[in-house]
Design a protein around this ligand. Structure first.
Ligand SMILES: Cc1ncc(COP(=O)(O)O)c(C=O)c1O
Length: 289
């Protein structure tokens, strides 16, 4: 009956990281000693105060539908996090909480990319970027950097990859899979290029912000000339060892935030209420310092 499946799902590849993780679990179940280098899973459990907040949320009956975009207290805590850790001004109505940063990315890509639009992906790249672009009917254009440049693209190379059809630029810093990260100067050079293309939106995936062993994390959205062209993606999976809670978020221009709200209003009705309450506890401890 496979032929009944849509062209959309037929064209989509299985998530390679999830396939590798499943295989390593199968081998572990057979008693084989496996070191899994598949999912980006911190080697820690969620912090105790986060677990307590999740248990309390159950007891306090946070069991009803949450607001689609996220609880106001959580959007406020994220707004404060952006300010404190990244120097970014995102008001709560510019923030959308989703079921992991993966859904945040899916919302943004599906909200912005039409069939035929080009998406510039800085490579090496996280495997899901391409599949999400395919799901939206977009065409990926890769800019591939090698080991000689520490796997980083230059502003010139980025400029050369942008065409009349470019809608989005997609990159992660710190990068999965390379671990490289863009410095403030390098991002400033990107910002200069991007500002010359006002119809291009850049998606800065900062999910690995706190797994950076080399230098200070910097955000593309800090540069005023591109602030209105940047979507900043982040979440608590890696920073707080909360991968299973499935909470990610974006800070974005309001018109993009509204589109993502509309998108997930039809797909999930919002992220899990207990996980959202636990995320407030995670972010507030750091916001309080
Ligand atoms: C670069 C990158 N972005 C986003 C994600 C998604 O994170 P999550 O959906 O767990 O928040 C991952 C997960 O591995 C990732 O590696």
């Amino acid at each position: 009956m496979d032929e009944l499946l849509s062209q959309r799902i037929k064209k989509l590849s299985e998530s390679q990281t999830i396939a590798m993780a499943r295989r390593s679990r199968e081998l572990q179940a057979e008693g084989i000693d496996v070191i899994s280098l598949s999912l980006g899973e911190p080697d820690l459990n969620a912090p105790d105060h986060v677990k307590e907040a999740a248990k309390k949320a159950i007891d306090d009956n946070w069991s009803h539908y949450p607001p689609v975009a996220g609880y106001p207290e959580l959007r406020k805590a994220i707004s404060e996090k952006f300010k404190r850790e990244n120097g970014l001004d995102y008001k709560p109505d510019q923030i959308i909480v989703s079921t992991g940063a993966k859904q945040s990315l899916a919302n943004v890509i599906l909200s912005l990319v039409d069939p035929g639009d080009e998406v510039v992906i800085l490579a090496p790249y996280w495997v899901s970027y391409l599949e999400l672009v395919k799901l939206a009917g977009g065409k990926a254009r890769f800019v591939t950097a090698g080991i000689e440049t520490d796997f980083k693209t230059s502003a010139n190379e980025l400029d050369e990859a942008i065409t009349h059809d470019t809608k989005l630029i997609l990159f992660s810093s710190p990068s999965n899979p390379t671990g490289s990260f863009y410095t403030k100067d390098e991002l400033a050079a990107f910002a200069k290029v991007i500002a010359r293309y006002p119809n291009v939106i850049a998606v800065a995936d900062e999910i690995y912000e706190h797994l950076n062993f080399e230098g200070k994390h910097e955000s593309l959205a800090q540069f005023p000339e591109v602030y209105n062209q940047v979507v900043t993606v982040n979440g608590v999976s890696k920073a707080y060892a909360m991968t299973g809670y499935r909470i990610g978020y974006i800070g974005a221009p309001t018109w993009i935030a509204k589109a993502c709200d509309k998108m997930q209003g039809q797909i999930t009705s919002g992220a899990n209420s207990i996980a959202q309450r636990a995320t407030i506890a995670a972010l507030e401890t750091r916001n309080r310092g």
